[in-house]
Design a protein around this ligand. Structure first.
Ligand code: ZN
Length: 346
C-alpha cells in the first residue's frame, strides 16, 4: 500500500517522502514503535516509492509492476527478513524452520547485498523484529551498515531500541512510530473496512492504538462472535449466584489468549454504563450497538457499584501482568462483579 493508504504516522511518512524527493535516502533506517501501528506497511510504501515507475505527489502509484509486486511480496529487489518467525532470504526449507536469524543467514545477506539491483532502482531489505536479533547476527549486520553498498536501503523494524546493539542503532536513521488515536482507527474501520459505526467504535477502543489489532478484529467473524459471548457473560454476572460465578471463571480461564481482551471488554462495558449515567447520551459510548442494555443497566446499577467493578477490573489487569493464575484471578474478579446489595425500591 502506498503512503496515502496508511493511517496516521504523518511525521514518519513526511520524513521518508522528503528523503525520497530530495534524493537523500539513507542507507539504513530504524522504524521504532509499538506493533500494529503501520511500521511494516510504511516500509513497503517506502520501497514502492523508491522503485515506482510513475511516482506522483511524493507517493508511489500503487499500480505499476514494481508497486504491484512489492505489495504482493514478490519483487526481487525488496526482501523481508522476519527475525521472529525465522522467515529468511533463501528458500532452503531447513533454514526456514529456524526461529532466529542465524549468523550464516546474515553472512549470506552480506554476500548478496553487494550485487546491484536486479531490476529496480534500490534494493530494500526489511528486518521485522530486529530487536530480537541475536548478538552474533547483529554484529554481522553491523558490518553491512558500516560499509553500505550503493543502492541498498536496510530498514530495521523494532518495538524498542533498548535491546539492540547501540552501534547498530547509531548507524540507522531513527524513524519513530506512535500509537494511532482511537478516533482515526474508528474512521478507518468505517471508511475502508465498511464496518458499522457501533462496532467500529468498540473495536477502535479495544485496539489500544494498534490499527493492526483493530483490523484483525474487524475482519474476523470469530473475534466479533467472541465479543458477543464476552458481553453475554457480563450480563449473566448481573444475576449469577456464587457457584455460577466460579464455574464461569473456570470456563473463561481456559481461553488464556483472550484473557487480556476479556478484561478490556469488561472495563469498556462498565465504563459505558457510568458514562450513560453521567451524560444520558451515546456520544461517548464504546458499545454503541448495545445502547439499550447500557441504558437499562445505568438505571439499575448504582454508580458506586460500577466504580467498584472497574476497580476490581483494574486490579485484575494488574494481576495478569504479574502472572497471577488465570482461574484464581477470574474467580476473585467474578465474585466482585456482584449486583447491588439492595434492589432499588421505588
Ligand atoms: Zn508504481
Amino acid at each position: 500500500m502506498p503512503f496515502r493508504d496508511l493511517v496516521n504516522q504523518r511525521h514518519a511518512i513526511m520524513l521518508l517522502r522528503t528523503a525520497a524527493r530530495g534524493g537523500r535516502v539513507s542507507h539504513a533506517y530504524l522504524f521504532a514503535g509499538p506493533a500494529g501501528v503501520g511500521r511494516y506497511d510504511a516500509a513497503r510504501a517506502f520501497a514502492q516509492l523508491l522503485n515506482c515507475h510513475r511516482p506522483a505527489a511524493e507517493d508511489a502509484c500503487g499500480e505499476c509492476r514494481p508497486c504491484r509486486l512489492i505489495a504482493a511480496g514478490q519483487y526481487p529487489d525488496v526482501r523481508t527478513v522476519d527475525v521472529e518467525r525465522g522467515l529468511l532470504l533463501n528458500n532452503d526449507p531447513d533454514e526456514q524452520k529456524k526461529k532466529v536469524i542465524s549468523i550464516e543467514q546474515v553472512r549470506a545477506l552480506r554476500r548478496e547485498v553487494v550485487f546491484p539491483p536486479l531490476e529496480g532502482r534500490y534494493k530494500v531489505y526489511v528486518f521485522v523484529g530486529a530487536d530480537n536479533m541475536q548478538a552474533e547476527a547483529a554484529n554481522s549486520l553491523l558490518k553491512i551498515l558500516e560499509e553500505p553498498p550503493a543502492q541498498v536501503v536496510i530498514i530495521l523494524i523494532a518495538e524498542s531500541t533498548v535491546p539492540m546493539l547501540p552501534t547498530v542503532v547509531s548507524r540507522c536513521q531513527l524513524v519513530r512510530f506512535s500509537l494511532v488515536p482511537a478516533a482515526e482507527i474508528e474512521q478507518a474501520l468505517v471508511s475502508r473496512h465498511r464496518l458499522d459505526p457501533g462496532r467500529a467504535r468498540f473495536i477502535a477502543a479495544l485496539a489500544g492504538g494498534q490499527l493492526g489489532k483493530a483490523v484483525t478484529w474487524a475482519t474476523s467473524p470469530e473475534a466479533l462472535e467472541w465479543r458477543e459471548q464476552a458481553l453475554d457473560l457480563l450480563e449473566r454476572m448481573e444475576t449469577a449466584d456464587p457457584l455460577e460465578r466460579l464455574d464461569a471463571a473456570e470456563a473463561a480461564a481456559k481461553d488464556k489468549e483472550r484473557l487480556a481482551d476479556l478484561l478490556d471488554v469488561a472495563l469498556f462495558w462498565y465504563r459505558d454504563v457510568l458514562v450513560w449515567q453521567e451524560m444520558r447520551g451515546d456520544t461517548y459510548l464504546v458499545n454503541l450497538d448495545r445502547k439499550e442494555r447500557i441504558a437499562a443497566l445505568g438505571a439499575a446499577v448504582p454508580g458506586a457499584v460500577l466504580s467498584e467493578r472497574i476497580r476490581a477490573l483494574e486490579e485484575a489487569k494488574d494481576g495478569l501482568r504479574r502472572n497471577v493464575h488465570p482461574r484464581l484471578l477470574l474467580e476473585n474478579l467474578f465474585l466482585r462483579l456482584t449486583p447491588p446489595a439492595e434492589p432499588s425500591r421505588r
